[in-house]
Design a protein around this ligand. Structure first.
Ligand SMILES: Nc1ncnc2c1ncn2[C@@H]1O[C@H](COP(=O)(O)OP(=O)(O)OP(=O)(O)O)[C@@H](O)[C@H]1O
Ligand SMILES: [Mg+2]
Length: 383
């Protein structure tokens, strides 16, 4: 293929990559200095960051690599990170402000709040269990974790987290149900808070999308440090809705070790990518069962998580064993990661990787947003 055509296609694709803090496209912000493609299809993308020590450089590079995966003719990629000069920084700030004004906030989430969607193609692989346990582990780091159950038909989160009951409304916003978890708090919203669990919900696609949108926009998520979204099985409407209203959502794909589940999960991930959703990691659930006799039994096969992660070029973030405590804790409304030492340590490690690497919280991350604040303060004091 003609290198110029490939470079143009790649540049168009890079327009979909957003600066994690500013939420605007990296090409619009002037962060992409050059896109070159040689005759062999090897591409070099030069990106200018606001500071050399930008803690989000890994995220930006990963998103660029992900975007390049879908471009025909790109056979290899180097991402070269440079630092902006003063003029480029000024342009970035001007454009960032304009972009922020253009996309008036539609949610109460603070700008830059990481949103994690727990996704899989297949039903019953443990999305809701992973959501509940991960929420508890993230809250244990002393943070406030919003949990949105976007499984409108098959909601299970209120029961898994032991927060059943109706939601209140204040100032026209739904107030999520709250409970403590370790040093932190959980704030939970689900169709289960609005309807009885056994009530049949025969909703059609459009109404479901509208419901999820309302859960995101008309609820008070103002002080959460993370929002975790449990999604219904399958690809489709909900993921697309999230892509539209929360374009910065990071998708974590849950699979069992079985090859069949992994194939379905790969399709879900492929769909996510084609829809420009961000896939950041794989979680293998229902890995080998360790019996009291000390032996390990891979009841659902082995290796599905690792090979899916390989295929998607994202990390395998955790392998969660089959363990009676998971379903038992779910029945009690006390996720197993609360008090089962093995599961607590696995989910704490998953939470650590998310906080430190996969989706750092606002503030801990910060390079451009911090710069923007500093500049705004400087302008205010000099005015
Ligand atoms: N690691 C595990 N060990 C033992 N049981 C598990 C494990 N993970 C999930 N389960 C059990 O498997 C069943 C399905 O889990 P869960 O409801 O979390 O899956 P799901 O992917 O959310 O399902 P759906 O697609 O229907 O929403 C539940 O009964 C749950 O308790
Ligand atoms: Mg579920």
């Amino acid at each position: 293929m003609d290198p110029t055509t490939v470079a143009t296609a790649l540049t168009e694709r890079l327009a979909l990559v957003r600066d994690p803090e500013l939420g605007a496209s990296i090409t619009e912000l002037g962060m992409v200095r050059a896109v070159d493609v040689d005759n062999e299809g090897h591409a070099t993308v030069r990106v200018a960051l606001t500071t050399v020590a930008c803690p989000l450089r890994g995220t930006i590079e990963r998103d660029i690599r992900e975007a390049a995966l879908g471009v025909d003719g790109v056979r290899g990629l180097d991402v070269v990170m440079d630092v902006m000069d003063a003029d480029e920084k000024a342009t970035l700030l001007r454009r960032a402000r304009r972009a922020a004004q253009a996309s008036a906030p539609t949610t109460t989430l603070a700008p830059g709040t990481p949103v994690l969607a727990i996704t899989s193609g297949k039903g019953g692989v443990g999305k809701s269990s992973v959501t509940a346990n991960l929420a508890v582990a993230l809250a244990r780091t002393g943070r406030t974790i919003g949990v949105l159950d976007a499984d409108i038909w098959g909601f299970s989160i209120p029961r898994l987290l032991g927060v059943e009951g109706p939601v209140d409304a204040k100032g026209g916003k739904m107030i999520p149900r709250e409970r403590a978890a370790g040093e932190g708090r959980l704030k939970v919203l689900s169709m289960g808070s609005l309807a009885a669990e056994d009530q049949a919900l025969l909703w059609r696609g459009l109404i479901v999308q509208r419901a999820v949108q309302q859960f995101v926009e008309d609820a008070d998520w103002s002080d959460v440090d993370y929002l975790i979204i449990d999604t219904p099985p399958g690809t489709g409407d909900i993921a697309m809705t999230l892509g539209r209203i929360l374009p910065m959502t990071s998708h974590l794909i849950v699979t069992t070790p079985a090859l069949a589940a992994q194939r379905v999960a790969a399709r879900a991930a492929d769909f996510a990518r084609k829809s420009n959703l961000r896939v950041v990691g794989v979680i293998e659930n229902m890995s080998a069962f360790a019996c009291a006799c000390g032996e390990s039994h891979p009841l659902f096969g082995e290796g599905g998580g690792a090979s899916l992660a390989d295929e998607l070029a994202v990390p395998l973030l955790a392998s969660i064993p089959l363990r009676r405590e998971v379903s038992h804790g779910g029945d009690l409304g006390v996720p197993a990661a609360t008090d089962d030492p093995l599961l607590a340590s696995i989910f704490d490690e998953l939470a650590r990787r998310i906080v430190e690497d996969v989706a750092p919280p606002v503030g801990a991350a910060g390079c451009s947003a911090r710069l923007l604040n500093a500049l705004e303060r400087a302008i205010e004091t000099s005015a």
